[in-house]
Write a protein that binds this ligand. Sequence first.
Ligand SMILES: Nc1ncnc2c1ncn2[C@@H]1O[C@H](COP(=O)(O)OP(=O)(O)OP(=O)(O)O)[C@@H](O)[C@H]1O
Length: 345
Amino acid sequence: MSVTLQSFTQYAPGSSRKILDNINLTVEDGAFIALVGPSGAGKTSLLRAIGGLSPVYEGHLLIDGLPIGHSDLPKRKTGFVFQNYALFRHMSVARNISFGLDVLPRKHRPDRADISARVQDLLDLIQLPHLAHARPDQLSGGQRQRVALARALATEPKLLLLDEPFGALDPIVRRTIRRWLRELHDKLGLTTILVTHDHEEALDIADRLVVMQDGRIVQDADANTLNAYPQTPFVMQFLGETLEFAGEIQNKHFIPEDTDVLPFPVTENNGKTTVFIRPSEVRFVAHKGAAHILSQTRNPNGLYHYTVKTTQRTLDITTPVITEHAEDEKFGLDISQGKIFPNIR
Ligand SMILES: Nc1ncnc2c1ncn2[C@@H]1O[C@H](COP(=O)(O)OP(=O)(O)OP(=O)(O)O)[C@@H](O)[C@H]1O
């Protein structure tokens, strides 16, 4: 099931404040995308809009190429798992999962044996095969979340909308269940849209990340493109640790304010600017400055951590690259692998 939003704008109720601001997005049939961004960016609002839960908006929402008004909303095969999932407290886990099937009109409803088999398959998938008869209040938060996922999958949706579904799970279960979800997505040919705060989770599971900020999409790209060509400092910072170096461009050279940082050639025009760089891309160049290492350690994960003192500041650099410099040696910092964003001073 494909979803397209064109010039989609939504206002906070009774206000002129835009919650979603001119969103243009296409999610192709079979795609797995993640909506990422800081709290309040509009991720949940966008997910709800895609699910047809935002009755008032400007612009267009198309499902399988048809304007939403022309498609039959209740028949859209959409499964939701929202942050505040609500299981039916008086029903067993199995009944919660089968609920969407039990209430189907008779001609669409699978027979009892098929429903039971599907529920058992889903319980196996969410790794809770023994909890069919448990009540929701006997489950942990993470278990409830998995049941909510199973419930959303029971009706075999084509479009799966997930809002932080793994939030309550511990990191190991979280990793396992997201791999499982990705496999399930591929196996069932779903179109899946996942809202997450966790960029590592998004990078791990999704084909594409849609990065949001202040109700807008700031970049929509796969992980490699986001890493190599972040459109804004925000995207770069969101995806990982970033160091900033202020300076000025003069005659096609970046001249850093910090005298222990080495100038390097650039293509941009004269003016003040900032270079953004991943710590692992900084190189130490012997005898080219007065920077020195205050401390160096090897983290348990195999990365090297250096605390570096330049004349102007102290920097923490974590990198997989070991440097050959002794603690008392002086050096300059080569940041020529960094990025300059237009209009960022
Ligand atoms: N019903 C509402 N009335 C007024 N403002 C709202 C309403 N729903 C959302 N907003 C506002 O819209 C903005 C986006 O909220 P939204 O929940 O979509 O962000 P989010 O990116 O999902 O945040 P989080 O990660 O914290 O869940 C926020 O500023 C929020 O306060």
